[in-house]
Design a protein around this ligand. Structure first.
Ligand code: KG4
Ligand code: ZN
Length: 308
């Protein structure tokens, strides 16, 4: 639906949410054998207000009709805690590299609700850089996975693209310079599949090198030996390979939640809601959404058994 426009159209997204959300919830409950529900967690923010309001309204309505308490969860907290959904879950503290279409963040996680943002992108998010580069290469939307597939056919050393901000200290990221370099390379290259694949591979390598380097810096600076990767770009195999290799070379553990837990998913929101279950309130009090909501403002849950 959005591919036609080359990006998410907020109004189309929220209207589609209205059509699909309740049937989807019914289907999931049926497939799960109508489990006993003890509360409802929904995404309160940050994000697009229209889509958030659809979820908030449904959560509040379900809470009232089923007499269940409701809690609005921070989308990024869901991503940060998603590795805990896996059998081999990391212990605290860990450094999380959160890479999605909207965010590029390095966060120190000391426990549930104990987050410190160490670095962030000053311009485009990594996923956005993937999507925009894919668009320049004539691939569809969202272009990340298509670009990664094309990159597998190319030579990552074909173009010496910039490794943004590596020479500067600190943990922030910037991807606009790399994007420009890709644009110039696309204009100069012949329109052959091999030339396109070389650009894709070189772009991906520049991104991987940059992310690996910043993760190493964060782990060293914080004296932490566990790294978690979350968010849609965390599904990227070259990134996973680069980080796993660095982990072996530099002696830190790496945790990669399975792809379904890396991209946006409801399981991570349910988990965050469960870990904060003592904060759940009757539905009527909870139908709210927040387009902007800082991760640093979150606090540990009141539930004693899950703190830190
Ligand atoms: O976390 P996510 O599912 O949604 C949000 O942005 O919140 O991330 C989506 C982003 C898109 O930019 C998409 O192109 C990118 O993740 N992505 C990938 C891959 N799979 C998804 N980027 C690079 N390689 C992939 N394999
Ligand atoms: Zn997300």
């Amino acid at each position: 639906m959005h591919a036609e426009y080359g990006g998410v159209v907020p109004e189309l997204a929220s209207r589609d949410h209205i059509r699909k959300l309740l049937p989807l919830v019914d289907q999931v409950r049926r497939e799960a054998g109508d489990p006993l529900l003890t509360g409802i967690a929904y995404t309160r923010g940050p994000g697009l207000m229209g889509a958030l309001l659809v979820g908030a309204s449904l959560a509040a309505g379900l809470g009232m009709s089923l007499s269940l308490p409701v809690l609005g969860v921070h989308h990024m907290e869901g991503h940060l805690l998603s590795p805990l959904l896996e059998e081999a879950a990391p212990e605290f503290p860990y450094i999380a590299l959160l890479v999605s279409g909207g965010h590029t963040l390095l966060v120190r996680v000391d426990g549930v609700g104990r987050y410190r943002v160490l670095g962030a992108s000053l311009d485009d998010a990594v996923g956005e850089a993937f999507d925009k580069s894919a668009k320049m290469l004539g691939l569809g939307y969202p272009g990340g996975p298509a670009l990664a597939a094309l990159a597998a056919q190319g030579n990552p050393a074909a173009h010496a693209f910039p490794r943004p901000m590596l020479k500067r200290p600190g943990l922030d990221f910037s991807f606009s310079g790399l994007k420009t370099a890709v644009m110039l390379a696309v204009k100069a290259a012949p329109h052959s599949p091999a030339a396109q694949a070389d650009i894709a591979a070189s772009f991906q390598q520049a991104v991987v090198d940059t992310l690996v380097n910043k993760c190493l810096r964060a782990l060293r600076g914080e004296g932490v030996r566990r790294l978690v990767v979350a968010g849609g770009v965390g599904a990227n195999q070259a990134l996973r390979g680069g980080l796993a290799e660095a982990g072996q070379a530099h002696g830190f553990e790496t945790f990669f939640p399975r792809q379904a837990f890396c991209t946006d998913n409801a399981a991570m929101i349910a988990l965050a809601g469960y870990l904060r279950r003592d904060e759940m309130r009757p539905g009527i009090a909870s139908a709210e959404a927040a387009a902007r909501w800082s991760l640093d403002s979150l606090r540990p849950p009141t539930t004693a058994d899950v703190v830190g």
